[in-house]
Write a protein that binds this ligand. Structure first.
Ligand code: SF4
Ligand code: SF4
Length: 283
């Protein structure tokens, strides 16, 4: 079973929910936790442990000048502007290449060869006896986040229960994370900004066709607007985490409330039961 944890914006506590849920579940079963927020992975901060790195590469074209007759076909084909056919050579801009493989297919001279380019890495660790942490890390300045997310998710394949922590927002990396998930936990705050971003995130999840439930974090008890929205959209609210100094203190020191505060392990276990019900698949 695969559960994604997402939020329409950063700073809502999405990673906190993912880390607490993973820690709670690992007390009773094997769990893989995948940090798909590859531009700013932070789950390793909750679970420090030595990690093994696996590089992530994507194929990019290399032009053989001996074969190339500068016909221009590859440049015309590439809609990402990664190839520029000049009078005397073809320029390749690897950082713009989306690795679609099209240029090697259209080249009539067989002058395009694909070579691997490293865009990031996946760090794998075992911080708790039943918890595997897989963190995707995109190299600085790179834009191919989906490739690193795919690699991180692939490494987690075969685990019976996997949690994906998505990047904030609603862009391609989130869609990549949501794909093939059985259910999604949407984390929000009951502020006007929070509701705006929840609305966007809910639309994305709906479009991808994944059942979802909502966690309201840092609630001040005035959640009516968020609750109304969730009711209208048929999104069950499956957990509310109140704003409290005690919780903030645990989080500020990088702790987990399921470990450090009484009652929270049970609440995260109940959150899991609720999302399993929403997913409608056996865990
Ligand atoms: S592989 Fe695709 S994206 Fe990359 S240079 Fe070739 S045509 Fe462009
Ligand atoms: S399609 Fe092939 S032959 Fe034509 S310009 Fe590109 S690399 Fe050269």
């Amino acid at each position: 079973m695969k559960i994604a944890i997402a939020s329409g914006k950063g700073g809502t506590g999405k990673s906190t929910v993912a880390a607490n849920l993973a820690c709670t579940l690992s007390c009773s079963r094997e769990v893989a936790l995948v940090d798909c927020d590859v531009e700013e992975p932070n789950l390793h901060l909750f679970f420090p442990a030595p990690a093994v790195d696996v590089p992530v590469t994507t194929p990019v074209p290399e032009i053989d000048p001996a074969r190339c007759n500068l016909c221009g076909e590859c440049g015309k084909f590439c809609r990402f502007g990664a190839l520029s056919v000049l009078k005397d050579r073809v320029l390749v801009f690897p950082e713009l290449c989306h690795s679609c493989g099209g240029c090697s297919l259209v080249c009539p001279q067989g002058a395009v060869r694909e070579v691997p380019r490293t865009v990031g890495r996946v760090a794998c660790s075992r911080p708790l006896p039943a918890l595997t942490l897989i963190s995707g890390v995109l190299n600085e300045g790179e834009v191919m986040a989906p490739a690193v997310i795919r690699a991180a998710k692939l490494l987690a394949e075969g685990h019976p229960l996997t949690l994906y922590d998505a990047s904030p927002g609603i862009a391609c990396p989130v869609i990549e994370t949501l794909e093939r998930s059985d259910a999604c936990i949407l984390v929000t705050e009951s502020t006007p900004f929070g509701l705006h971003d929840l609305r966007l995130a809910a639309e994305v999840v709906e479009r991808v066709g994944i059942p979802a439930g909502v966690v309201i974090n840092r609630s001040d008890g005035k959640d009516e607007e968020t609750l109304d929205f969730c009711r209208e959209r048929g999104l069950p609210v499956i957990m509310t985490i109140p704003f409290s100094r005690e919780i903030a203190a645990v989080q500020n020191r990088g702790g987990l409330i399921c470990r450090d505060l009484p009652g929270w392990e049970e609440r995260f276990a109940a959150l899991f039961e609720a999302i399993v019900k929403i997913a409608g698949v056996s865990p």
